[in-house]
Ligand binder design. Structure first.
Ligand SMILES: [Zn+2]
Length: 305
């Protein structure tokens, strides 16, 4: 009994001390600049029915679009031993992807596609039509084709089209000209949610950028996923001035062997885009959209934590 009483007194002391500490802490925050306002959450986050998340997948691309209970995955990052994207989808409670759009069949974009389609229901897959001489022979690509066939997944070749996902409109554009680089067959995706728009570019290089500029497509967007991991092959001034993004996301791995993002390209992007995020430094970049405004959260790592 004595012991119990002692414990309870200790508890009271601890609570009392915590209250004093809490009061001191809130006094400090109250005195400081006023920038810290409790419960001051941006409107879009409170009212968003749509999110667009650029996952931190190291050297690769992966974007998850969620709108009113519908999900679209654009690229899957490279295959890794952690199954980072697959596990993230599972942990997020996503049992069905309405669509998996693969911008082009390089491993850093389709790496986890087969594993995801094996374990999560994928209603449809969209990929670009590429010339035979550029068709990859990689294991990840072969496995993906096998999985599509085994699972009987609806498969579509990318074309200029308009789809709907929850409360979003999704515009896809496929190149019409012929190119020698597989990157230039990247499907261009524009997601429009009310007044907000996102442009996802795969690894599109300047030649493909020129084609879309020539075709007069409306490239303007609030958020741009910079093409080809911020490489010097992409993001020309003409392109950036047509998009004029408020935010740009560069998806690349820390210390990657390609030197992405390229310094000059990064500076050019900064000229046209007031805010630039790099997944290697900022972690995942999550945009909330309520159709009017955007708010953004950064820092989510796919593995660890
Ligand atoms: Zn790539």
């Amino acid at each position: 009994m004595t012991k119990k009483k002692g414990g309870s007194e200790l508890f009271k002391y601890a609570v009392g001390t915590l209250c004093v500490l809490a009061a001191a802490v809130s006094a400090i925050f109250a005195k400081s600049s006023g920038a810290f306002e409790k419960n001051k959450v941006p409107e879009a986050e409170n009212t968003a029915d749509t999110t667009v998340e650029f996952l931190d997948v190291g050297q690769g691309d992966c974007t998850l679009v969620s709108s009113a209970g519908h999900y679209m995955l654009i690229d899957t990052g490279d295959r890794d031993s952690d199954d980072g994207v697959l596990n993230y989808l599972k942990e997020s409670g996503i049992e069905t992807l309405d669509c998996m759009l693969l911008t082009h069949p390089h491993a850093d974009h389709i790496g986890e596609a087969a594993d995801i389609a094996e374990q999560i229901e994928v209603k449809s897959i969209i990929m670009p039509l590429v010339p035979e001489e550029l068709t990859p022979t990689s294991a990840v690509y072969e496995e993906l084709l096998d999985t599509i066939e085994e699972k009987g997944i609806d498969f579509f070749q990318a074309e200029d089209d308009k789809l709907s996902l929850g409360s979003c409109e999704v515009f896809t554009y496929a190149p019409e000209e012929e190119y020698s680089s597989l990157n230039n067959y990247s499907v261009l995706v524009k997601i429009v949610h009310g007044e907000n728009s996102f442009l996802i570019t795969g690894d599109c290089e300047v030649q493909e950028e020129k084609e879309y500029l020539k075709r007069g497509i409306d490239l303007s967007a609030d958020v741009l996923k910079a093409a080809h991991h911020g490489s010097d092959t992409s993001s020309s001034s003409e392109w950036l001035s047509a998009v004029l993004p408020q935010y740009t996301v560069i998806s690349c791995g820390a210390g990657n062997k390609y030197g992405h993002p390229d310094d000059e390209t990064y500076s050019r992007i900064c000229k046209y885009s007031p805010k630039v995020y790099i997944t290697a430094e900022d972690g995942g970049i999550l945009f909330y959209s309520d159709g009017k405004g955007l708010s953004v959260k950064t820092g989510r790592k796919l593995t660890g934590e």
